[in-house]
Design a protein around this ligand. Sequence first.
Ligand SMILES: [Zn+2]
Length: 176
Amino acid sequence: MKDKEMAVLEILKYPHPTLKKRSKEVERIDGGIKRLIHDMTETMYQANGIGLAACQIGVPQRVIVLDVSPIDTQQSFFAMINPEIISQEGEIDHEEGCLSVPECFEKVKRKEKIRVKGISPEGKEMEVAGEGILAFALQHEIDHLNGVLILDKLSHLKREIYRNKLKKEKRKEEKP
Ligand SMILES: [Zn+2]
């Protein structure tokens, strides 16, 4: 695919309704899915993100892209279709942010180690096992596919504080 055919797309922000929906399984890997993966990849790098789920660019399908190499240099880019957690171990509080939830950096409960299976863009079965940032990022992106944001993992109070902050910012923007 030529570069000029790729597109950097807008990342949906909370409270966009698409972010709350459960994304659908991909049934067939066709040109559309490959194009989607290219666009997601471009969009993720443009935003300096380490992961992105398709619903974040408005496509409610179970596709994620990840590249945690800026944090863990042992890792590299991959895309996964229909990812599914098949085992998990340990629990840890991890501070994270989300491209769809600007200015929110909070500790959320994550598993320390996970194993995920899914399908590669070439249509082959693939498995990824990881700990640390790879495990956290995988859980974060799979949460997106289930309509779950980091905000949903916070206490009621912290969520309210964030919502109020957003409202205040919106009011500021609306003033001439
Ligand atoms: Zn996110």
